[in-house]
Design a protein. Structure first.
Length: 430
């Protein structure tokens, strides 16, 4: 561990005159080095809780049973109606924790912040070098931290440590993790939420994002790590345990999964080809009224981050365009262009909104500039059709504004099809 901490830039001045072999021969010096270079806690477990008082004891005891002792547990009560924070304090004072109860801290949010921001609150207060984001209804196996610590000592360059995951509760499925790479994350969630990562990675990325309407903040976080590039190790065995419940926030939002994943991918344009992203745009344009309402609530929050609000504005502008509200679509897309990470996407939907409201003479040059500045976008067949449609047609002006009409004009259709679909759907309205 001294070697591990040494490599991460901790001050070496106290021991610079000693050789490593000599330090290991002299017990007192080795103990001094370990105290100086290995923090206690080494691992900070951050556990937000909201209406999970029935499960939190199991989650806490899975941390207390770790064979590796250098950890702390930070529980963030997100203004929970069941007072799970008070429940956690009682558990920490009980016989099951004993002296380890001093390693448990409870933070109480003064207002409900949601899962992503509650994790951020806990990590800001964390003292450990490594973070384990453990949900209050999940568990980790007793050897999880011990095996991770051994891996850290063998490879000081490690940044993320993960393992397979065992489901329990209403499912016994074993999640065997595929490699953590771009090809894998295009089709599925890349890592269990309680995988370990260096705290400084969280700081470098600005923490977890609350942009998405139905959660998936951990999936988003792993994608951002993939974008910057990290050294990852998968430990053997299933060291993490996920409680699968027939009814949960994720189960309740099951019908919204396709739209949510489409939104998630648009937050990472560097990982996905423009043609793929344009197919995701079509899904977002047809978002449900339920998802739209959640986005409208999120974008109106006073504490929303600028980058998160830009994403939400972009997604709402896509839906506005589908609903025929071209003025609102253009204003939201314009605001979304403040984002750097969204790349060409807000500008595309601003140009489309201008096209259908003011005609191709105004929007055509905007689309041509986009193609010139983003060659991979300009070469896609879908973009070529959009450009042709914009130059030849303003048929979207006749698009219906009712949300319950399914046969909306598609931005991927040809110009004549656009005009025909617009006339047909407009004529069907009462």
């Amino acid at each position: 561990f001294a070697v591990h901490m040494w490599s991460h830039g901790v001050s070496r001045s106290r021991f610079s005159k000693f050789s490593m072999p000599w330090c290991f021969e002299c017990h007192s010096t080795l103990v001094s080095m370990l105290k100086a270079y290995v923090p206690d806690p080494l691992i900070s477990v951050v556990m937000p809780c909201y209406n999970q008082a029935d499960y939190i004891r199991e989650a806490m005891l899975s941390v207390a049973s770790q064979s590796f002792p250098s950890w702390e547990l930070i529980i963030v009560d997100d203004l929970s109606p069941d007072r799970c924070g008070a429940r956690a304090e009682l558990i920490a004072l009980g016989d099951d924790f004993g002296a380890q109860g001093r390693r448990v801290r409870v933070i109480r949010n003064t207002k409900n912040k949601g899962l992503a921001e509650s994790r951020n609150v806990g990590i800001r207060a964390a003292k450990g070098l490594w973070i384990c984001a453990l949900d209050a209804d999940d568990k980790i196996r007793p050897e999880h931290f011990d095996r991770a610590a051994e891996a850290m000592s063998l490879d000081p360059g490690l940044q993320v440590i993960t393992s397979d995951q065992q489901f329990f509760g209403n499912s016994t499925w074993l999640w065997v993790l595929p490699p953590f790479d771009t090809a894998t994350v295009m089709s599925r969630g890349p890592l269990p939420v309680m995988s370990l990562y260096l705290r400084r990675l969280w700081a470098d990325l600005g923490g977890y994002s609350a942009a998405l309407p139905w959660g998936n903040e951990d999936y988003d976080f792993w994608l951002r790590l993939l974008e910057v590039g990290v050294s990852t190790l998968k430990l053997p065995g299933a060291l993490t345990m996920y409680r699968y419940k027939a009814k949960s926030m994720m189960r309740d939002a099951q019908d919204e999964t396709e739209t949510e994943i489409a939104m998630l991918r648009t937050r990472h344009p560097s990982l996905f080809h423009p043609a793929k992203l344009m197919r995701e745009h079509a899904k977002i344009m047809q978002m449900s009224n339920r998802t739209r309402k959640r986005l409208e609530l999120l974008v109106a929050r006073e504490d929303a981050r600028d980058e998160d609000r830009a994403c939400q504005d972009m997604w709402l502008s896509m839906n506005d365009l589908s609903l025929g509200d071209f003025g609102r679509a253009s204003s939201r897309a314009l605001r979304a262009q403040r984002s750097v990470t969204l790349s060409w996407q807000p500008a595309l939907f601003f140009a489309l909104a201008v096209c259908v409201s003011d005609g191709g003479a105004v929007a055509g040059p905007l689309l041509s500039d986009l193609a010139a500045n983003h060659p991979s976008l300009g070469k896609t067949e879908a973009f070529a059709r959009l450009l042709a449609n914009c130059q030849a047609s303003s048929a979207w002006r006749a698009a219906p504004r009712r949300r319950d009409v399914v046969a909306l004009p598609s931005p991927m259709a040809g110009a004549s099809t656009l005009r025909q679909e617009a006339r047909q759907t407009a004529g069907q309205l009462p």
